[in-house]
Design a protein. Structure first.
Lengths: 457, 129
């Protein structure tokens, strides 16, 4: 095949094949008034004239000021943590400042060493044998973990995956979009209404037909699942265990490698809480670790440590024969890059905090959540939805409309939580509230007082 | 010129077969290992798996490529060479002793469709050009 752009005939035959008149028809889903059709004579009516840089800067500052500096109690997958100033100062140095893992591996020993250290930190945090150099984000890391489990679980040959409803709803949607066309089905597992976790007693004793069980930890409600029992149940039924974790919480909680008798098999999750600021949903990054036995099924890049001809230590990309530039359509995944810059920040962040620092951040977040729950549930008409232990996030039930209450809080410069009404209507007027170490006692008190005032109106 | 033992049968995709009753022992040829280079990992099928002739059933991974191994005949896997897990380089050193798996054949007549040593030598020679 010649490497030339599509010819008119190519384009015509492709359009005919899918039954479309013109390329513009492919954009029909976008409302006409938002479109500037290609080849059209009319100007881009909705785009204003260009502005000088100074005026753009002033405009954007003004817009940013409109956001104010609200007190944020929303978590639901992205978490506000203190990031030491040194983290991004070092990350944005010229030597590190790239989004990519190097293709000319040997030319970038510093970057490779950093990735190697990242992998070491993640493996030790999750209790797994190996880590890759990261994936796109938490949601797609779950999809990759599912694809990996189906490839790896050759005994079960099943293409069904048990996914609890306590897994982040966006993760479930994303994973389904990615895996459904490969014939993989995600079977929902409902949670216990009092506890907000997967009740091990609700699991079937029948021999199952599942490639894997997904265990979120903490789960989307902030609740700690009964990981030991669930892990042993999965293994007894021939399923692998995919842990979806908040890596920061693992500073305090039992690592997936220690769950049950044999530990989880694959660990994935969102890396954002480790040094990546909350920024309109991204860029964040996904983590992926596994046991040694599954390493050849793991997607993404892995950096290994070796010695050169003179016996000096050096770093190299390893297991490349599985990747798409060599293995083509049979590659373990089509992940061809990662979120290198976010990983750089995380590695520096973890190095600055150390294991002890991570543990303290996790413990303080948990304590603040605890304090907030006590203050909030002391208010008439506010209750804790579940009776199980939570990490730094909790489901609070209200007697009045969740969205009205959240709107009123926002008018008072408080982002009070994430409404669960759409994803979990059975929970009523429920909101998911998070308190990290960034909140002071005064902040927690201020939230509780404001909420009480709003509810008493 | 690579080594092509006269007593074995071959495929165009560089597998060799030796027959004992209705059980076929399968490996990759000297020519194949030479093309692939140093082996680092061999992914073997599960015992009990059933393959049709031509199915991909194993992967040989060298420092420069990972290639599928195709089942030369139809049948059920009755044994795999576990020793290759720890010493994949055996395939480089002794390709005709380092078998990958054994198949209990479902249709022994398929053997007639395989290449003999002479024909395979021709295939391998063309390949090297």
């Amino acid at each position: 095949m010649p490497f030339v752009p599509h010819t008119e005939e190519d384009i015509r035959s492709m359009l005919d094949a899918i039954g479309v008149e013109s390329i513009n028809d492919l954009f029909d889903e976008i409302p006409a008034d938002l479109r500037h059709d290609l080849g059209d004579e009319k100007p881009l009516a909705l785009v204003p004239e260009g502005l000088p840089e100074s005026e753009v800067a002033r405009l954007m500052r003004g817009r940013a000021n409109e956001d104010g500096a609200p007190l944020c109690f929303i978590g639901a997958g992205a978490y506000e943590h203190h990031i030491p100033a040194a983290v991004w100062e070092i990350t944005t140095r010229g030597e590190f400042y790239s989004a990519y893992t190097p293709y000319q591996a040997e030319a970038s020993q510093g970057t490779l060493q950093l990735l190697y250290e990242f992998q070491t930190m993640m493996a030790s945090l999750t209790g797994m044998d190996v880590s890759n150099g990261s994936l796109y984000d938490g949601a797609s890391s779950l999809a990759e973990a599912i694809l990996m489990a189906v490839r790896a679980n050759r005994k079960s040959k099943s293409k069904r995956i048990l996914v609890p409803r306590t897994t982040h709803p966006h993760y479930r949607k994303t994973a389904n979009t990615i895996v459904m066309n490969q014939g993989i089905t995600l079977e929902e597992l409902d949670y216990n209404a009092e506890a907000g976790h997967i009740d091990p007693a609700s699991l079937s004793d029948e021999p199952g037909d599942f490639a894997a069980l997904v265990i979120p930890y903490p789960n989307f409600f902030g609740v700690l699942e009964d990981v030991d029992v669930l892990t042993d149940w999965a293994h007894a039924h021939g399923a692998l265990v995919i842990a979806v974790v908040n890596p920061l919480a693992l500073g305090l909680l039992k690592s997936p490698g220690e769950w049950g008798e044999k530990g989880a098999d694959i660990v994935c999750g969102e890396g954002q809480p480790l040094g990546v600021p909350m920024a309109s949903g991204g860029p964040y990054y996904g983590i992926m670790c596994c046991k040694q036995a599954l390493v050849r099924q793991m997607p993404g890049r892995i950096v290994g440590r070796t010695v050169d001809l003179d016996g000096k230590p050096g770093y190299a990309l390893t297991l490349q024969a599985r990747e798409q530039h060599i293995r083509r359509s049979k590659a373990t995944s089509n992940i061809c890059t990662n979120q290198g810059l976010m990983v750089t920040a995380s590695t520096i962040h973890m190095a600055l905090l150390g294991a002890e620092g991570l543990k303290r951040v996790a413990a303080q977040s948990h304590a603040n959540k605890q304090q907030l729950v006590e203050k909030l549930t002391a208010i008439d008409g506010v209750s804790n939805a579940f009776n199980r232990p939570c990490f730094h996030e909790v489901v609070i039930q209200l007697k009045t409309s969740a969205s009205d209450v959240l709107d009123s809080l926002a008018e008072n410069n408080i982002l009070g939580g994430y409404s669960l009404v759409e994803d979990y209507p059975e929970l009523g007027n429920a909101i998911l509230v998070c308190a990290t170490e960034t909140k002071s006692s005064t902040d927690l008190e201020h939230y509780a007082e404001t909420l009480q005032r709003i509810l008493n109106k | 010129m690579s080594n092509v033992p006269a007593e074995l049968k071959y495929t165009k995709s560089h597998e060799w077969v030796s027959l004992d009753g209705d059980t076929a022992t399968v490996g990759i040829t000297d020519h194949a290992q030479d093309l692939l280079g140093d082996m680092v990992f061999i992914e073997l099928p599960e015992v009990g798996a059933n393959f049709e002739k031509g199915d991909d059933c194993a992967v040989v991974e060298s420092v420069k490529a990972a290639s599928d191994v195709y089942s030369p005949l139809s049948g059920e896997v009755v044994e795999v060479n576990e020793a290759l897990a720890d010493s994949p380089e055996a395939v480089n050193n002794e390709p005709y002793a380092s078998w990958l798996f054994k198949l209990k054949l479902s249709d022994i007549s398929q053997l007639d469709e395989m290449l003999d040593a002479d024909s395979y030598s021709g295939v391998a020679a063309d390949d090297s050009h």
